[in-house]
Design a protein around this ligand. Structure first.
Ligand SMILES: N[C@@H](CCC(=O)N[C@@H](CS)C(=O)NCC(=O)O)C(=O)O
Length: 230
């Protein structure tokens, strides 16, 4: 019996709130890679606070993926790290390239998502970033100015760059991979959120036909379609 055969198949439990947010890419990637998982959604914020207080979350943040194997439990955090872990569970799903150059492109497109929305996240979740004082009425004018800058300049600038890499890659997938990679799974749900008004401009994709084509194609990936419509 080989070492591998003696090892249990790990079980997976994803911990997050009951909305897409940062967990949706992981839910979809696990589904795409055919990895069974429990999609645990907190009943309320108190459940999250209790988990955070328990010290089990490395950085006090979710999403977290609880991996149980050979009687041991490991709790993974940081969504990009979790996505790379998921990709390694099933090589045949081709979610993360073996080629180092292509892998770096995939990482860059994942990191672009963080850059594109850091301003949106700070302005929406002010307390988390130390800007809670901006909730005072007297700053309403400044906040309106920030919202305008985000929607007219910052987010479109990053979407322009995303559209450029998509078009340059010529495969129809964001990082130019032959098949959908974790970069596509990061951005697909974010484009849903944009269309749902998360950034403050539900029409932000109108100016980016190639991103709209990508988005529609992403939603047609059989595993993604089955996740939402089966
Ligand atoms: N870079 C982290 C960010 C995770 C993050 O910001 N998670 C939020 C929820 S979406 C969180 O846990 N915040 C802590 C809190 O609300 O106390 C990732 O990608 O996983």
């Amino acid at each position: 019996m080989t070492k591998r055969e003696r090892e249990d198949t790990p079980t997976h439990k994803l911990l997050y709130f009951d909305f897409p947010g940062k967990a949706e890419a992981i839910r979809l990637a696990l589904t795409h890679a055919d990895v069974a998982f429990e999609d645990h959604r907190f009943a309320d914020r108190a459940e999250f606070q209790a988990l955070k207080a328990s010290g089990r979350l490395q950085f006090g943040q979710v999403p977290a993926l609880e991996v149980e194997s050979n009687g041991k439990t490991v709790v993974l955090t940081q969504s990009a790290a979790i996505l790379r872990y998921v990709a390694k569970l099933n090589d045949s799903a081709n979610l993360y390239p073996a080629d180092p150059l292509l892998a770096a492109r995939v990482d860059a497109v994942c990191d672009l998502e963080a850059d594109a929305f850091v301003g949106v996240r700070v302005s929406k979740y002010k307390e988390r970033f130390g800007f809670g004082f901006l909730n005072e009425d007297k700053y309403a004018g400044e906040l309106a100015g920030v919202a305008e800058a985000l929607n007219k300049d910052v987010v479109p600038r990053h979407l322009t760059n995303l559209a450029k890499v998509l078009e340059a890659g010529k495969t129809g997938w964001l990082a130019g991979t032959p098949e959908p990679s974790i970069a596509d799974f990061v951005w697909g749900p974010v484009l849903d959120s944009i269309n749902n008004g998360w950034t403050g401009d539900a029409n932000a994709l109108t100016a980016f036909p190639s991103l709209r084509t990508f988005h529609a194609r992403f939603r047609e990936i059989p595993s993604v379609k089955a996740y939402y419509y089966a």
